[in-house]
Ligand binder design. Structure first.
Ligand code: HEM
Length: 427
């Protein structure tokens, strides 16, 4: 798609109504268009009813809301996600989960010389943090006897089914749903699993006693119905787990291919410590580079309420689906220069050794404008703390013969996982 967009001056406009998408469609990777759609003329470009239908497992929440409803939900979510107390407490939780959850598992894998799927490991690790954040209950997904990785599988199945819905004629996926076949069959099962695990975790949490660090619950718990709480918690866990674990997986894949990056990250940590996350500028840059090349959300979509003219000069009619090609944007010469295809953390560092501020309309992994991701800071804390601990203490050897390719999914998961051996550097 990046190549096609590069040849088409960054925008492709299908003027005819498409039987595939059920709408006229415009795909763009032009930063000026992104700015226009996501910010300047924000009110004209809601997510729309089709988005809500495709992602219906999430229920009715901030993620699917538009207009006044979205404004209200966003204010509430920003209250707790941007609060410094939330961030301090989450930082503590992240380090606790690393020391008492992840490190013992890594030790076991290293001692037993096991092969592990890093994608699965990160999904479980981040899932535990996400549950603690949202309802104050730790399902201990990382422990070997746990069955909670069911939910990671359920989210993956949901992402695949949603991808199929976005790329299939509207009536066809609905027919599949009615017949209970294909990805829709898997989705039905995934939905049941998500609902079941949610109910299970809530009752276990109630048995264990309420943990006051569950900010989300303190903010919304008593104010919403059980369905409202289910929708909010499921959406929050989805937003946290699938995105962050996907970036960590592609990060370790990229670092394994660039040993000099790994060496520089280790040098940086040796000069401070894995705990001093603010000082780990090179690691931060390497994660930004991973997000540029492998953004967890490869596409963003919006629907034009009224006809409009984009900065690129394209005239669109009302009802047109505008697709922001996030993944392609990260791989375009016109946006990143001649070395766009290289994994090069240095591009993110200024001459003063700080992280370069790249406009969100160019680096769209966290979206842009009023709907920009609210969890960016937390995501970096989780990714940096996890990556620093692992890189500093372990040699991670990715199995070269194992295929590394993306899944057809709304989240950029690896189709076959990322298999690796892990050796303790200090024994
Ligand atoms: C590397 C990790 C992450 C990436 C790349 C990421 C990316 C994104 C993107 C692209 C969107 C916009 C989606 C759309 O408009 O369709 C978004 C929205 C959002 N994200 Fe994240 N996210 C990450 C982690 C997180 C975490 C950890 C949280 C929660 C603590 C979070 C909370 C949210 C929320 C609440 C929204 C909805 C904003 C709105 O619609 O107003 N995200 N994120």
């Amino acid at each position: 798609m990046a190549e096609i967009l590069e040849r088409s001056e960054s925008t492709i406009h299908f003027h005819q109504y498409s039987w595939l998408t059920g709408a006229k469609i415009l795909i763009t990777s032009d930063p000026a268009n992104v700015r226009h759609v996501m910010s300047t003329n924000f009110a004209n470009y809601p997510k729309g009813s089709k988005w809500r239908e495709h992602m219906d497992v999430l229920g009715e929440t901030l993620f699917s809301a538009d207009m006044e409803e979205w404004e209200h939900e966003r204010k509430l979510a920003r209250c707790f996600l941007s609060h410094h107390k939330f961030h301090d407490a989450m930082t503590e939780i992240v380090w606790d989960r690393i020391q008492t959850g992840l490190v013992p598992v890594l030790r076991h894998i290293s001692e037993q010389a096991l092969v592990v799927d890093l994608q699965d490991l990160f999904q479980k690790h981040i899932l535990d943090i996400a549950w603690i954040m949202s309802i104050g209950y730790n399902p201990n997904s990382l422990s070997t006897e746990s069955r909670k990785d069911m939910i990671s599988q359920a989210f993956e199945d949901f992402c695949e089914a949603a991808f199929t819905r976005f790329s299939m004629p509207h009536n066809l996926w609905k027919l599949h749903r009615w017949l209970g076949i294909g990805k829709e069959k898997k989705l039905k099962h995934a939905r049941e699993t998500i609902d079941h695990v949610f109910a299970d975790c809530i009752s276990k949490r109630d048995e264990d006693g309420f943990n006051c660090q569950a900010f989300y619950h303190r903010t919304f718990g008593s104010a919403t119905t059980r369905k409202g709480m289910r929708d909010n918690v499921v959406s929050l866990i989805f937003a946290t787990q699938d995105t962050t674990s996907s970036v960590l997986t592609w990060f370790f894949y990229s670092v394994a291919k660039h040993p000099y990056v790994e060496a520089k990250i280790r040098d940086e940590i040796s000069e401070s410590s894995p705990q001093e996350l603010n000082k780990l500028v090179y690691l931060h840059a390497a994660l930004c580079e991973t997000l540029r090349l492998y953004p967890p959300g490869p596409l963003l979509s919006r629907t034009a309420v009224e006809a409009d003219t984009l900065p690129s000069g394209h005239r669109i009619e009302r009802g047109t689906t505008v697709v922001i090609a996030v993944h392609a944007m990260g791989r375009m010469r016109s946006v990143w220069g001649d070395d766009f295809h290289e994994f090069k953390p240095e591009r993110w560092i200024t001459e003063h050794g700080e992280i370069k501020r790249v406009p969100h309309y160019q680096f769209t992994a966290f979206s842009a404008g009023p709907r920009i991701c609210l969890g960016k800071e937390l995501a970096f804390t989780m990714m940096k703390a996890t990556a620093a601990t692992m890189i500093y203490n372990y040699d991670i050897q990715i199995l070269k013969e194992h295929p590394a390719e993306p899944k057809n999914s709304v989240v950029f998961h690896m189709k076959h996982g990322l298999m690796a051996r892990i050796n303790n550097r200090w024994t």
